[in-house]
Design a protein around this ligand. Sequence first.
Ligand code: SF4
Length: 322
Amino acid sequence: MKLVQESIEGSCSILLLTTEGIYASRDKYGRTPIVIGKKNGSYAVAMDTCAFPNLEYEIEHYLGPGEITLVKPEGYQTVAPAGDKLKICTFLWIYYGYPASSYEGINSEVVRNRNGRLLAKNDDVVIDSVSGIPDSGVGHALGYAHEAKVPYTRSFVKYTPTWSRSFMPQHQKKRDLIASMKLIPVKELIDGKKLLYCDDSVVRGTQLRDIISRLYNCGAEEIHMRLACPPLVYTCKYLNFSRSRNEMDLAARREISKLEGGVCKNLEAYTDSSSECYKKMVNNIREGLGLTTLKYQDLKSMLDAVGLPHENLCTYCWDGKE
Ligand code: SF4
């Protein structure tokens, strides 16, 4: 298992059931988590700590990067110690982690609230209400609303019972259809209003464009969008993350290519939120989406919201740094 983890470049958590017990092996840089839970002398292993409370397990041990642990009914022992380099996926807290889960001991909903507060701190936009694009935008939007002292409304509600997670189907058209069918606008909360929405990120921008046109159709006067992370400039090469596999599908990449005359160059400048290139790119994305204003969270504030040392967090999606 150690050899496998050393050979794999991305993340692959392994659980191996043997007659001795369960071997749990976390990837070399801990991009995805593994945690051991305990109740009355029995043990469980999961990626998400939200699996534990309703089964009456308590969090017992977060495996470190590259750690291999043997879990038996009577206890657990580390058979390969953790390495010293951690690069956990920041997107766990920003987007795909479950609100009731903690990673490295840090709860994802608490991070989203903190991130939303930081987004609101330097914002002076005048609005009637704040809403989150369900589900992953909600925690950020609640934090924003509390900090800005503006009412939080559920102007878009999510109907989930028959729809699975929209990033799971491999076909983009099916993903878009599911995403769109799940969200139902509440006209009474939208008509004639200046609205601010928080969402986790913009990948291709198609879903967001659809949401924005539906909001204008319901009579929205102004639509301001605040995103919980910086523009996505690179696709993930570590996880089997199917939101976008092609870099040129990314909304930011498409704008960079247009601004650079058909080629994607000077990428570093576009990841610096103080540069003119970055400002032009964001403004073009805003125009393309038909938004009144658009702001992305800056990298430092997002990492501060998570609260781990910055060098322990993977930021490849945003800055291309390994
Ligand atoms: S590249 Fe992005 S999605 Fe992939 S592990 Fe790093 S932060 Fe997570």
